[in-house]
Design a binder for this molecule. Structure first.
Ligand code: ZN
Length: 65
């Protein structure tokens, strides 16, 4: 049995190599992890606002009918 959990991985955000303690690690540190998370949240918010605008336009049109 091996308890060697030092795995060399490449950060998905900045591309740097780092030593991960778990096989599920995707980022070199909390900084890249949170930055990547914020980026995803922003993209989701943009999509949400697009839907909101469409709904507002649809509501505005129905108010005129
Ligand atoms: Zn990184």
């Amino acid at each position: 049995m091996s308890s060697n959990l030092s795995v060399k991985r490449i950060c998905e955000y900045c591309g740097n190599t780092f030593t991960a303690k778990t096989t599920v690690a995707r980022f070199c540190g909390m900084k890249c992890n949170s930055r990547h998370g914020k980026h995803r949240v922003r993209q989701l918010k943009i999509k949400a606002s697009e839907i909101e605008v469409k709904q507002t336009v649809a509501l505005g049109l129905s108010a005129w009918l």
